[in-house]
Design a protein around this ligand. Structure first.
Ligand code: A3P
Length: 428
């Protein structure tokens, strides 16, 4: 105890005592400064040993100094708490060194972690590139697409990144025999057909049809939302929408032969409708004009192109038992007959009354005013506020929009590509 220093600070408040103790003023009165206080024991009133104070003291006390406790009432050394050895408390200098060491260690760990993350990202990118190359996927720059400025060519068709990243998922997707697929090149009247098929398959349950948006009732197969998992989890019979060409449907389609309704629309109305769709989409941010878009359509720089290959693949197998090929123009001309055709194809017989009801529910204006099928849920974040998904819904709008040169170029492409087939569109 000879080297023990007792600071009697009973007249001071705990905070004041500790403060003065540590600022080496208080014990000046007993002739010692904290700096010279390198070894020995410090007696401190137990009341003052709040956690905060202890930590503070620990930081300041010198190595090999011990801490003794005094009973705050009697002022005597507490017998059961003899000496709290604080030898392990390091000097201020040591603490600084240790801090430096600790910072260095953390910095090393941190750089290792960053390095690992970077390596993983670069590695994953390289792996993706290699996998794509091995699959024959070609990357195509399309600056007009704004943020998403790349497209990918796979087996002769143009896709976005999400699709080429999920080639395996698509190929190996589990098909059910009672699935019904609604397929098309975009803007062919897919949504119209979906709504009709939904009503037929759901016994004309209009309440059910209005209870959920069409994207949830009939998921878009190769789109991130609701995604492959959601399609897998659906109850049978599932109705699934897709814009994939026949040659890129899941492999099991060939064996399980689910029913497939393919909708096609004439090239000129398709391209005009598609252009307006691109312009209304906030997600794409297309910066080109109609002329650029027509060029892109003809040069296969638009997703799901080439249009001609897409429609011809379906046309070639139109007579197979599980395929029904419908033209948008025929729907416009006589929708009742198309609904009749669909009811037979889907094995869901309909009365004339029921056909009339479906016609009413799926008229252009009815669907445009139906929040479950007009895509108004995408307004604001996906579709520009002043644009409508159900735009005009007519045959021949191309006459109002395309120049003579554009019409000639598209007609020429159609003649060249479809000329040898029996597929003809009445586009006026
Ligand atoms: P327009 O842009 O020419 O108006 P998809 O559903 O394949 O994206 O096709 C959209 C096109 O089909 C749009 O063409 C849209 O107006 C039209 N359409 C949607 N529902 C329709 C309906 N009930 N009657 C007629 N056309 C419809």
């Amino acid at each position: 105890m000879c080297r023990t220093k007792l600071f009697s600070a009973l007249n001071l408040s705990p905070g004041c005592f500790i403060n003065r103790f540590l600022t080496s003023k208080c014990y000046l009165s007993v002739g010692r400064r904290l700096s010279s206080f390198h070894q020995g024991n410090v007696l401190i009133h137990d009341t003052y040993l709040t956690h905060k104070n202890q930590c503070f003291i620990k930081r300041r006390l010198l190595q090999n100094t011990s801490l003794l406790l005094l009973d705050h009432k009697t002022g005597k050394l507490l017998p059961n708490l003899p000496i709290v050895n604080i030898k392990r408390f390091v000097s201020h200098q040591q603490t600084t060194d240790q801090n430096r060491k600790r910072i260095l260690t953390y910095a090393t760990y941190f750089s290792c972690a960053i390095g690992a993350v970077l390596l993983t990202v670069v590695g994953a990118k390289e792996y993706k590139k290699l996998t794509r190359r091995a699959r024959g996927i070609e990357k195509i720059a399309e600056p007009l697409l704004g943020r998403r400025k790349y497209l990918y060519k796979y087996r002769g068709y143009i896709y976005d990144e999400y699709i080429v990243d999920h080639v395996d998922k698509i190929h190996h997707f589990q098909i059910r025999e009672d699935d019904v697929w609604v397929l098309s090149y975009p803007k062919a009247g897919t949504t119209w057909m979906e709504e009709i098929v939904y009503l037929i398959m759901n016994d004309l349950d209009i309440v059910k049809a209005r209870s959920k948006i069409i994207e949830e009732r009939i998921p878009f197969f190769e789109y991130a939302y609701p995604g492959f998992k959601a399609v897998t989890a659906m109850e049978s019979p599932r109705i699934i929408k897709s814009h994939l060409p026949m040659s890129f449907l899941p492999k099991q389609i060939k064996d399980k032969k689910p029913k497939i309704v393919y909708v096609a629309r004439n090239a000129k109305d398709t391209v005009v409708s598609f252009y307006h769709f691109f312009k209304m989409l906030k997600l794409i941010n297309y910066s080109g004009n109609l002329n650029d878009f027509v060029d892109g359509f003809l040069d296969d720089k638009i997703i799901y192109s080439p249009w001609s290959k897409h429609v011809l693949e379906a046309w070639k197998i139109k007579d197979e038992e599980n395929i029904l090929f419908i033209k948008y123009e025929d729907m416009k001309k006589d929708i009742s007959s198309v609904i009749q055709q669909l009811s037979l194809f889907l094995n869901r017989p309909l009365t004339d009354q029921q056909i009339k009801l479906i016609v009413e529910c799926t008229k252009f204006d009815a669907m445009k005013n139906n929040p479950a099928s007009n895509y108004s849920w995408m307004k604001g974040w996906g579709i520009k506020d002043d644009k409508e998904f159900l735009r005009k819904g007519i045959i021949g709008d191309w006459k109002n929009e395309l120049t003579t040169d554009q019409i000639e170029s598209i007609d020429k492409m159609v003649d060249t590509k479809l000329g040898n087939s029996s597929l003809v569109f009445e586009d006026k």
